[in-house]
Design a protein around this ligand. Structure first.
Ligand SMILES: Cc1ncc(COP(=O)(O)O)c(C=O)c1O
Length: 489
């Protein structure tokens, strides 16, 4: 059994309490992130003057899917989502996507980082007065981690591949204590792990929050993203509708945990894991380099519940970068309006970052594969938005020239309407086991996990539910910590 370690370290916890008292930091519970109605009115009022990305500890209370979609002073409302019409998707199925842009940092990974950091903080395992928090990442998790560290007044080190977008590095230079660029691009996760070992062995006092094997990441998505999806379903499902499943790219295997939550509510629903065709690890044990920033690969994350994954699908990264132009260049948008995509939606297509476009294409593939119709609902997420990829549009403009109506027609026909069910695999029991077995080469051979642990993940009945059931205990620890800090009155 592996669950989140909640052993308390009283002396260090005292130091953490002193720090939060000095900085007036109150920590939200999972229950509050799921349901902001539980957040005290005083905090809601104070948020009225605070920007979404401001480094202000009160923004810990904006780690929720329910933020009002405004850059400053927003309160809370329903979960941010959009439904994508057949004019865009080419399938009658109802594809509904949750919007990540309205989290602080513009991506929901700030929640995954919270899920890893906070249990260690409130138990005293992590001492923010002496230790640095290290955030290994393929992009947004280290942004979220650096941001959460800044809110909690502790030092941070962000680690991400050098090939990632300029926007990420520009922002990190202002927020993270240190930013380490590892060799290669997006899919070079091994190099990130190597850097972690180097830091561990350096003698520095630091704690590594490895999203790829930390169950805090899994749990935050299971509980908070899963619940947000349930809330959306309650809102949109008519009496004749059926929820069919979620589709999620797997970077660290965090977001896809929301599928575990929904499958417990809808046992017939499916979980679809997607990745880049240029690096088809789940599909073919493959490797390669790709441009779908944020989804890493060449390994299976430890926290990916492969036993519960029904389909793997690979998306051509050419589709993603071409559609980024279609969705954002004036000629692309004009063409979409001409083809009947509602103008308001076209105006919102910058809510899709690269992996969001990949998720959309994976959802279309799933809908076509299962021949879904107008009463079938598929869910996915827009992890981040074009806010982080403007420089990529400029690069493509420089490389390929102006985006023309002819480009728009070709991209629309080829990548949206022409999307097929190729590069998909519905997983049988041995297929799932094959994907699980890949974990051995990263986690047991390289990263210190043991043979009994990898066996337990597959064979132990309660392995995943034991983690899922930890939320009440963690919330109780957070409440106790806030009470001991004496900041709630
Ligand atoms: C842009 C983007 N998309 C997708 C993902 C994958 O999400 P997860 O790590 O929860 O699997 C990430 C992860 O960092 C990301 O940054």
């Amino acid at each position: 059994m592996t669950t989140i370690d909640l052993t308390q370290h009283p002396e260090r916890r005292q130091r953490a309490l002193k720090r939060v008292r000095e900085r007036n930091i109150i920590i939200p519970t999972f229950a509050q992130m799921k349901d902001p109605a539980l957040i005290p009115d005083r905090i809601k009022q104070d948020l009225g003057s605070i920007g979404l990305w401001d480094v202000n500890p009160l923004n810990l209370f904006r780690i929720t899917w329910n933020n009002q979609p405004v850059p400053k002073g927003g309160a809370y409302g329903g979960v941010n989502y959009i439904e994508l019409p057949p004019s865009l998707t080419g399938t009658p199925a109802r594809i509904i996507v949750l919007v990540g842009k309205w989290f602080p940092t513009g991506a929901h990974k700030v929640g995954a980082a919270f899920g890893c950091l906070v249990p260690r903080l409130v138990t005293g395992q992590f001492d923010p007065t002496t230790q640095k928090a290290v955030w290994p990442s393929t992009g947004n998790y280290c942004r979220g981690g650096a941001y959460d560290s800044a809110l909690l007044a502790c030092e941070s080190i962000a680690i991400l591949p050098e090939g990632m977008s300029k926007e990420r590095f520009d922002w990190l230079s202002k927020i993270a204590g240190e930013t380490i660029k590892t060799p290669g691009s997006e899919s070079n996760v091994k190099e990130i792990f190597d850097k972690c070992w180097e830091l561990r062995n350096s003698g520095q006092d630091l704690m590594i929050f490895n999203q790829f094997d930390e169950f805090g990441n899994y749990l935050w998505h299971y509980e908070v993203t899963g619940h947000a999806m349930e809330e959306v379903l309650k809102q949109v499902m008519g009496p004749h509708d059926t929820y069919r499943g979620i589709v999620s790219a797997t970077g660290s295997g965090g977001t896809i945990a929301s599928g575990d939550y929904l499958k417990q509510l809808f046992p017939a629903s499916k979980i679809v894991a997607s990745e880049a065709l240029q690096c088809p690890t789940l599909l073919q044990n493959g490797f390669g380099t790709h441009r779908i920033e944020g989804i890493g690969d060449k390994h299976v994350p430890w926290i990916h519940n492969t036993k519960n994954t029904d389909i793997v699908v690979a998306i051509d990264d050419n589709a993603v970068v071409d559609l980024a132009r279609l969705f954002n260049e004036p000629a692309g948008r004009a063409y979409l309006v001409k083809k009947g995509v509602p103008e308001a939606l076209v105006g919102d297509l910058d809510l899709f970052g690269f992996s969001s476009i990949s998720n959309l294409l994976s959802a279309i593939k799933m809908a076509k594969y299962y021949e879904l119709g107008e009463h079938d609902i598929v869910l996915s997420v827009l992890t981040d938005s074009m806010e982080l990829y403007g420089s990529r549009l400029v690069e493509m403009h420089q490389e390929f020239g102006e985006y023309t109506p002819a480009n728009a027609a070709a991209d629309f026909a080829r990548w949206l309407k022409g999307q097929t069910t190729d590069s998909m695999l519905e997983l049988s029991y041995p297929d799932r086991k094959r994907v699980h077995n890949l974990k051995y080469f990263t986690w047991v051979e390289q990263q210190g996990k043991t043979y009994p642990e990898i066996q337990a993940q597959w064979y132990e009945q309660d392995y995943w539910t034991d983690v899922q059931n930890q939320v009440p205990e963690i919330d109780a620890l957070i409440e106790e910590f806030n009470a001991d800090a004496g900041l709630l009155s």
